[in-house]
Design a binder for this molecule. Structure first.
Ligand code: 5GP
Ligand code: MN
Length: 341
């Protein structure tokens, strides 16, 4: 039995909203990851089975390792399809916003979504949701938005409408947002849900291989380079930092998503509980933070890098140079010593 986490009144509101319309747009956050793509596409497949007209629109293209997801070829990215997307937002009767809870996480797509006349339904698992949605389904204790989508569909009485494609998308989001069930994954119901997905026909080992074992040689070389030349350990603070500037990315023919997961690697070093990865983008420094135990990666992200996220997995951005961002991080490390276990 899976517990009824989502409040009944929210389930009723979502069901009514879906029943009343045909044209539904589903959006996720900038730099969509496995959970953003998994949850939006799962919702897309579900809405198709109940004969709605859904479309998934993401602010920026998704990484190549998610291109195999069923339905990914139908996803529009705002960067390359702005005109079409703007029209779809304007015509939408309902907009689902999945896997983020602040409008700013939609980057350049934010205004178009927020100003669209359609009511929004937010489904997400991050802390502190904003108030842009008519219905807010926010459960930070749930480890992925994909799991929440599964729970929501079941609660609407439609478990039988979760087809294999939707199940594969849900499993992918659950797997990627928990580091293949190595963090945020102690809730036993996760495995009850996985068992249901396996019954539908999901081949979990195959999904792992498709997501994690399809990297380019350049990415693996880049990983080696980062670990050998660019990883700095701060033993006193049980911390590690890896940085990558624009020139280095060019050298390794950097593709969207190539550095995905690098930030997790230093956590496997004995004595490291906090790991940070900084990458220089044309307009900003993109920062990923990971921790284990009770060290609050989201607090550091919020206080230093205009970001946020979960206790053990957070992100942010910095608008000063890479060198200055590194300095800022190193200067602040002593302030967080008290949070080490
Ligand atoms: P990643 O390091 O994989 O980009 O992000 C990890 C988690 O940190 C995401 O699931 C998201 O919760 C959060 N996150 C990433 N970037 C940002 C950001 O710029 N702002 C906020 N508030 N959260 C972020
Ligand atoms: Mn997520």
């Amino acid at each position: 039995m899976i517990s009824k986490i989502i409040a009944e009144d929210l389930v009723v509101k979502v069901k009514k909203a879906i029943d009343a319309v045909d044209k539904i747009v589903i959006v996720a956050h900038v730099g969509p990851d496995g959970d953003a793509m998994g949850s939006t596409l799962a919702m897309w497949h579900y809405l198709m089975t109940i004969e709605k007209e859904p479309v998934v629109i993401v602010p920026t293209p998704f990484p190549a390792f998610l291109a195999w997801l069923p339905g990914a070829d139908c996803v529009l990215d705002y960067e390359n399809h702005k005109e079409k997307a703007d029209q779809l937002f304007a015509e939408a009767e309902l907009i689902f916003t999945l896997d983020f809870n602040q409008a700013s996480r939609m980057a350049k797509m934010a205004d178009a979504v927020i100003n669209a006349p359609a009511p929004k339904i937010l489904v997400d698992h991050h802390l502190y949701p904003g108030d842009f949605a008519k219905v807010t389904v926010s459960y930070p204790e749930i480890s992925s938005t994909s799991e929440l989508v599964f729970r929501l569909i079941c609660r609407m009485g439609d478990f039988s409408k979760i087809n294999l494609a939707a199940a594969e998308c849900i499993y992918t989001g659950m797997m990627t947002d928990t580091g293949s069930f190595t963090y945020n994954s102690n809730n036993q119901e996760i495995y009850t849900i996985i068992s249901e997905l396996l019954k539908i026909g999901v081949k979990k080992d195959e999904i792992y291989r498709k997501v994690f074992n399809t990297y380019s040689a350049d990415r693996i070389k880049l990983m080696g380079y980062c670990l050998y030349h660019k990883m700095k350990i701060y033993p006193e603070y049980r911390a590690a930092l890896i940085t990558l500037d624009a020139e280095e990315q060019k050298q390794f023919s950097f593709q969207n998503g190539d550095a995905e997961g690098f930030v997790n690697i230093p956590l496997s070093i004995a004595g490291v509980d906090f790991s940070v990865f900084m990458r220089e983008d044309p307009e900003k420094i993109k920062i990923s933070l990971r921790s284990q135990g009770s060290f609050p990666a989201n607090k550091v992200a919020a206080e230093l890098f205009n970001g946020g996220g979960h206790l053990n997995a957070a992100g942010g951005e910095s608008y000063i140079s890479l060198a200055d961002s590194i300095q800022k991080f190193e200067d602040a490390l002593p302030n967080y010593k008290a949070f080490l276990e």
